[in-house]
Design a protein around this ligand. Structure first.
Ligand code: FDA
Length: 462
């Protein structure tokens, strides 16, 4: 058991958790760390008893896009802990030190580790709080106990592998939904053996290795699309790679210093306090820090490759810009794209071995998990959740349990950093504090076993 942890995971089905989390991506992982450190520090009656449910079999962060050489879009200092507490044992620097790579990393003189290395860091963090999480559990519904008259939530999950093993219900005074994003596809497009979303790029492309290929197509003009073009071009040296998008060219991501301040913890306060029209303007002004934009180094690299191929008279990387995708047909051993030039020319078709839809993600609406409880959540004029500064969904007085949300579902209230990593360390401290305040306000007794567990920890850690 890790230091400060108080019977967070295992359950007799009767006791009530202070918090049950749905999803265990970086957002809820950062929260588990903040709680772990709070418990280690305070222990005893102030400990929070938690359980996080994750449908993957083990920790994984966008595994299908862990492309060799792809780097983080955020400084390693914006890891899961440093901005909340630089002395935390869960910082990226501490991870490097434990791996014996601190000096080697420093010699690179970069703030941006590879995505593969950051995934290793996240997995290392997840191991450090493993008692708080149950993998392979898909949460399918949440409701209030006793048909609504209680301040306890019931969180129901089943095995994510579809096995017939029994479902499980956890009881909780608070819930935090951190279920991430859902792949977005153009209307009418369905995924299939040769029509992929870039989320599944690595496993799907592996299945095509070792054969010769004529052509791949990549739809989209954002970071994932550009990375996919570069990856397929490198991995399938006999194939042409066609990038299809309606823009004229890739647009660079703005990560200049002043614009980058939109990701600061203080920017979340500013955004939260701003009137609605200012919120909309800020999202518009700074969408090019994150949406439909590409790292300038990668743009240069793609351009250089395509120009060199032009010089050599052997063009394998092709850009079908100002082009709309109107349909995709899955065919035996391939896919047929129906394309329409936006400036001039007739619609045409393009046959390829596989097409990758790098068409982005949409927020997963937390309400889909809440069933009838969703009716108790307050919404604004646009039907979006009303959310307090400490990330709690505002509800009717019938709901006394706390429902917290992390991720893109709070972009309209907390700003552009909601779906990203930059604010996770600070945000998890805020949610942890809110849980403690709430518990103090309710006068809820210490969780069963907390005092004894804390006492035994004091003995073992001395
Ligand atoms: P995330 O999607 O990571 O995790 C949600 C988890 O919930 C998943 O593990 C999922 O399995 C689980 N889940 C969902 N529904 C469930 C259910 N019903 N029951 C149980 N479990 C469930 N941002 C950034 O700041 N810098 C960067 O460099 C990058 N790089 C990057 C690369 C790529 C390829 C992508 C797609 C995205 C990024 N991002 C990013 C943005 C990205 O959203 C961010 O890095 C985190 O993944 C956000 O973490 P979350 O925990 O909110 O969601």
């Amino acid at each position: 058991m890790s230091a400060g942890h108080v019977d967070a995971g295992r359950d007799d089905g009767q006791s009530v958790h202070d918090l049950v989390g749905i999803g265990f991506g970086p957002a809820n992982l950062a929260l588990a760390i903040a709680i772990e450190e709070h418990n280690a520090h305070c222990g005893g009656a102030r400990s929070l008893r938690t359980a996080f449910l994750e449908r993957q079999r083990e920790f994984g962060w966008h595994r299908g896009m862990l492309l060799a050489g792809a780097t983080m879009q955020v400084s390693f200092l914006k890891d899961l802990a440093t901005m909340r507490d630089p002395s935390s044992r869960f910082t990226f620097l501490r991870f490097l030190h434990e791996q014996g790579r601190l000096v080697d990393f420093m010699n690179q003189k970069t703030f941006f580790p590879t995505r593969i290395e950051f995934h290793e860091y996240l997995s290392w963090c997840a191991t450090g709080v493993s008692e708080q999480v149950r993998y392979g559990r898909q949460v399918h519904s949440v409701s209030l106990e006793d048909g609504g008259g209680s301040d306890v939530l019931q969180v129901r999950s089943r095995p994510a592998d579809g096995s017939a093993a029994e479902g499980e219900t956890l009881r909780a005074r608070n819930l935090v939904i951190g279920t991430g994003l859902t792949p977005r596809l153009p209307d009418g497009v369905e995924l299939g053996p040769r029509v992929w979303h870039n989320r599944d790029l690595l496993p799907n492309s592996r299945s095509l290795k070792g054969r010769s290929h004529r052509r791949f197509a990549v739809v989209g003009a954002g970071q994932s699309a550009a990375e996919t073009v570069e990856f397929l071009h490198r991995e399938f040296p006999d194939a042409e790679v066609c990038a299809v998008f309606s823009r004229y060219g890739y647009s660079p991501a703005d990560d200049s210093a002043f614009a980058n301040r939109i990701f600061d913890p203080g920017a979340v306060d500013d955004f939260y306090a701003a009137p609605d029209d200012v919120k909309r303007s800020l999202l518009d002004y700074h969408s090019n820090t994150n949406y439909s934009v590409v790292d300038p180094d990668l743009i240069e690299q793609l351009y250089r490759t395509s120009y060199q191929e032009k010089v050599a008279g052997d063009e394998r990387m092709r850009f079908l810009n100002t082009t709309a995708l109107t349909a995709v047909e899955e065919r035996e051993d391939g896919a047929r794209l129906h394309l329409r030039p936006l400036i001039e020319g007739e619609p045409y078709t393009l046959d390829c071995d596989a097409v990758v839809m790098a068409t982005g993600y949409r927020p997963t609406d937390p309400r889909t998990l809440l069933g009838p409880l969703a009716e108790e959540c307050l919404t604004d004029g646009a039907g979006r959740l009303r959310i307090s500064r400490d990330h709690r969904v505002l509800t009717t007085p019938r709901v006394r349990a706390g429902i917290y949300v992390q991720g893109a579902a709070t972009e309209h209230t907390h700003g552009i950093t909601s779906s990203l990593l930059s604010a996770l360390a600070v945000r998890s401290g805020e949610i942890c504090d809110a849980l403690l305040l709430d518990r103090a306000g309710r006068g809820v007794p210490a969780p069963a076993g907390a005092v004894e567990a804390a006492a035994s920890l004091a003995v073992t850690t001395d």
